[in-house]
Ligand binder design. Structure first.
Ligand code: SAM
Length: 350
């Protein structure tokens, strides 16, 4: 690597960590072609993660409780147009049992995720109330766009956090991928959630068809402005029953680059090593934990439903024996030189 390039990288890192990320410095770093070139960014991300979290990894167990969806997102295997996927909703008892099992296995935070299925909100509110009362767990909802009055109901019932990826902030790309959605409204939902008092999580997919590096740089600036508690990044992966079936899957390296840059921009944010990272390459989650991620999200969806919550092809843990994901996460953390902690993992990003 030429000295001039090294100097340039150093300068960009200094600007970003001084609170001055820009489309220019972020795009430049995102464009670095090799891991060797990018190493100074990874090093800084590791340093910041260590400073704020030591070698601790938080666990958020996920229950994918409904795959009904009113949306037609082009990339997603459970979008409403996919008639091949049998639709399901977990019963309140199934959800309570899964959450209790998760708690027994050391996860004190439950993430309840679904397609966009507002028809189940009433039941969901009741379930949130019961999980809080009977199990006293931290509760994250990831169920999509709603009006503030509904978010308020979720909060009142006991939900603590809300996870909703913006997916991309590029207006043209967003419109293409979400024909029936509105970028400004989705952003507004995220701001509303913050104002109401949720710990907000957001994120994007990396490697979407036609996604430009400048678009990702703008996504990163959006994260700085929103200042979320958590940012989930995953590679785009094709699903055979969607219109994007012939597009190339993303690679792990671009995804890791984005994760490390978020750690520089929001040093105290919770950054998960996502399931999609583990799908793209077997040690994807270990790689993410090694370069700045501090959260892992084992799957506690009852086994018989997992095949029907396939957002992309070859999703890992689908045929896994129920409960195995819990043991697996400890091994993943250990392989990355870290350890799982029994904690609700509230955000430090105040
Ligand atoms: N409905 C909720 C919402 O809108 O936030 C949450 C559920 S949604 C199925 C969960 C996430 O899966 C999405 O935010 C998206 O980033 C990710 N996802 C869906 N299809 C994907 C694909 N083909 N490749 C990678 N990630 C995908």
């Amino acid at each position: 690597m030429k000295n001039k390039t090294k100097e340039c990288i150093k300068e960009c890192i200094t600007e970003i960590t001084a609170g001055k990320p820009s489309v220019e410095n972020l795009t430049y770093l995102l464009s670095l072609p090799t891991r060797e070139d990018f190493k100074p960014v990874f090093d800084e991300s590791v340093r910041l993660c260590k400073k704020h979290f030591g070698n601790r990894v938080f666990v958020r167990g996920i229950i994918e409780f409904s795959n009904y969806c009113r949306k037609g997102c082009l990339y997603c295997g459970i979008n409403r147009a996919n008639k091949k996927t049998p639709r399901y909703r977990l019963t309140p008892e199934e959800m309570l049992d899964s959450a209790a099992f998760m708690k027994k296995n050391g996860a004190l935070t439950v993430v309840l995720q679904s397609g966009e299925d507002p028809g189940y909100d009433k039941t969901l509110i009741e379930i949130v109330r019961r999980i809080k009362k009977e199990l006293n767990m931290a509760i994250t909802l990831s169920v999509g766009e709603r009006e503030p009055s509904v978010y308020r109901e979720f909060l009142k019932a006991g939900a603590d956090r809300y996870l909703m990826r913006i997916e991309t902030t590029d207006p043209a790309l967003f419109k293409k991928l979400h024909p029936d959605d509105d970028l400004q409204y989705r952003k507004k939902c995220l701001y509303n959630l913050g104002k109401l008092g949720f710990e907000v999580g957001t994120g994007i997919m990396v490697g979407l068809p036609e996604q430009r590096l400048e678009s990702i740089a703008n996504d990163l600036l959006f994260f700085k402005e929103l200042n979320p508690a958590m940012v989930g990044i995953g590679p785009f992966l094709a699903h055979e029953d969607t219109v994007l079936k012939d597009f190339k899957n993303s690679d792990i390296f671009p995804t890791l680059k984005v994760l490390a840059l978020i750690r520089l921009i929001l040093p105290k944010s919770n950054l998960p090593a996502t399931t999609a990272m583990g799908t793209i390459t077997p040690d994807g989650r270990q790689q993410a934990l090694k370069i700045g991620a501090n959260v892992i999200m084992p799957n506690f969806t009852p086994s018989k439903y997992r095949e029907s919550y396939k957002l992309y092809d070859n999703k890992i843990c689908i045929s896994e024996e129920y409960g195995k994901c819990a043991a697996c996460t400890a091994g993943i953390a250990m392989a990355a030189g870290k350890r799982i902690v029994r904690s609700k993992g509230y955000s430090k990003n105040k």
